[in-house]
Design a protein around this ligand. Structure first.
Ligand code: FAD
Length: 145
């Protein structure tokens, strides 16, 4: 198997309905499943939720990253899944995260608003690079906290 590293970036729209507790329970399920599967599959990355959208970076061997993305696209908890980037990389940006979760706090929301403002808060107008940089910066801050 070719173990060269690839980075995949996508965004999607949240389809989870209900109150904050319902949303938190679903995201808890997604993160628990992601961390188990991604550890098994050699995938690292981070997931951002904000303003009704998810954005995610997956890094790892091409075969397992593509297989995870196939499963993710079929998940009814979100929709309008749009691939922004799939590129070879020299090194991981999230080596310590089987799947970090950022963006839910007020501070993160402010940071996302800054990036979002450049796109009119339309994530489809953000590039894969912008989302990757935002997620990397937020996870570095989480690690330092
Ligand atoms: P199981 O956990 O056994 O699930 C079986 C099936 O049921 C799957 O098709 C699953 O999609 C579906 N399912 C389970 N619970 C629910 C529910 N509450 N509502 C609707 N369908 C449900 N998976 C990863 O492996 N890595 C990731 O990084 C990752 N990131 C994700 C990010 C987002 C925003 C979302 C919405 C999902 C993500 N997932 C991720 C989950 C992914 O979509 C699959 O659900 C999961 O990979 C399936 O794992 P499994 O094969 O072990 O099946």
């Amino acid at each position: 198997m070719n173990d060269d590293l690839f980075r995949l970036v996508y965004y999607s729209r949240n389809h989870i309905r209900g109150d904050a507790d319902t949303f938190d329970a679903h995201v808890g399920d997604i993160l628990a499943r992601s961390r188990t599967n991604n550890t098994r599959d050699g995938i690292t990355g981070a997931l951002l939720f904000n303003r009704g959208c998810f954005a995610q970076v997956l890094e790892g061997p091409l075969a397992t990253v593509e297989a995870a993305f196939e499963r993710i696209q079929q998940d009814e908890r979100h929709g309008d899944v749009s691939l922004l980037a799939l590129d070879p990389i020299a090194a991981r940006s999230f080596p310590n995260w089987a799947m970090g979760f950022v963006g839910a706090s007020d501070v993160d929301a402010g940071r996302f608003a800054g990036v979002g403002a450049s796109s009119g808060f339309d994530p489809s107008r953000l590039s894969g690079d912008e989302i990757h940089t935002l997620l990397r910066d937020l996870t570095i801050e989480e690690e330092a906290a």
